[in-house]
Each structure stands twice: as C-alpha cells, then as structure tokens.
Design a protein around this ligand. Sequence first.
Ligand SMILES: C[S@@+](CC[C@H](N)C(=O)[O-])C[C@H]1O[C@@H](n2cnc3c(N)ncnc32)[C@H](O)[C@@H]1O
Length: 235
Amino acid sequence: MTGGDADPDAPARRFFGRRKGRPLRGRRQALLDTLLPRVSVPAGDEPLDPKSLFPMAIDAVWLEIGFGGGEHLAQQAQARPKTGFIGCEPFVNGVASLLGQIEEQRLENVRVHADDAGPLIARLPDGCFDCLAILFPDPWPKRRHWRRRVIGPATLPAYTRILRPGGEFRIATDHAGYLEWILRAATAQPELDWLAESPGDWRARPDSPHDPWPATRYERKSLAGRPHFLTFRRR
Ligand SMILES: C[S@@+](CC[C@H](N)C(=O)[O-])C[C@H]1O[C@@H](n2cnc3c(N)ncnc32)[C@H](O)[C@@H]1O
C-alpha cells in the first residue's frame, strides 16, 4: 500500500476486505473448481473488450463492484437476458454463492472477476458500460481508513471513464458519513449528473417491473440503518 495513514484522501490502491470466510466444501467448492474457470474474466494485463466475453450478442454491458452474495447481480441478469453482466468480488464465499445462482438459473450472461475491481477497470476501454452498480460498499467509518473506501475522489474518475455517455452509476449506502462523502466526491465530477429531484428519489430504492433494482443481502440485513439510493448519469 502506498500513502500514509495521515492522508485520508490518498488513492485506495488495493483491496482491504476479507477474501475468505468459512471453509468451502461440497457443491460450493466444486463450483469454484469447475464453473468459475468457465465464467471468469480472463486474467492478465491486456486490454479487454467486455462484450467479447459473452457467448451471445448482447445489447448492453453492466458492471457490479462488490456483489457480495450476488443476489442483485443474478436477479438483474435474469431480468435482462440481452445484457452482459460482469461482477467483481474478492470474497470467495460470495463468489461461490453467485456461482450457485448462475448454475441454478442457467445464466449465460454473467462473467466473474473474483478479485479487486481496480486492476480490471484499468484494462477496460472508455465508455464501455451502460451501468455501474456499487451497492452498500464497506463504509470504513474511521477517518484514517477513508482512503480504503471503494467510492471516493481517487476512484470516481476511473468509474466515470468506463461509463458511456448517458450510462448510469447506481450506488447504495446506509452510512450517513459515507453518504456525505460520496455525494461530495460525485457531485465534484463534472461528467456526472445526480438524477435526484426530491428526497423520495434517494430514500426509496427505485425498483420497478421495467427497470428492476432488487434488494441486496446487506440491505435486507441492515434494518437498523437507513438506506440511501443514488443514481448518477454520465454526461
Ligand atoms: C458490505 S459488502 C456489500 C455486498 C453487497 N453489495 C450487498 O449489498 O449485499 C461490500 C463488498 O464489497 C467488496 N469489495 C470491497 N472492495 C472491493 C474491491 N476493491 N473490488 C471488488 N469488491 C470489493 C467486499 O468484498 C464486500 O463483499
């Protein structure tokens, strides 16, 4: 890691969360051994065209960073069969959970990067995504840890770069301090417009049959916190 603890605005350059939870056995381990190699984004440093990763012609591509157990990603992929989805998640138990859903629901339109999103994003061309979702990222509440936050001044330019003009950036958080931090950093990006017009637009998850936004596991578990939902559009 570069940058000292004294500088909370220094770029987050690596992943800080957990990579492993309870040991995986049986079906979950088998999915990691057999299905993950088939649906993984190819490793390496070479530039990558996301549309080329899918076996069928697709109309749009979405990226979800930190998909956790993968419920949101799998439900979106099922609802939008002509959209290709790339999910990034370094927590192996979460990856195994998403693989289970890919298998059960026979999802052909999902690709997995079982690692930190940062190096993957560096390989992706400008404007290649129609939507980017980061839902309930770890808030890292202590000031000396702010530089670990996945969304902030250091990472937003890269997220904006990979969105096409008109593309959406969907964010959710239930942490008031992180909400403020995200809003300050995102509204300072000249190429991002926040689409909210009234408080109802950020207090309720904008979920509709023609444009679903399913709840994540974190959201369902966090009944104590007040979730906020932010949608930005790239100019
Ligand atoms: C609080 S959890 C939320 C998970 C899920 N989005 C939900 O709402 O249930 C945050 C997730 O982000 C993942 N994460 C953190 N840093 C990441 C990074 N640099 N790239 C990809 N995922 C990351 C963590 O492993 C963790 O699973």
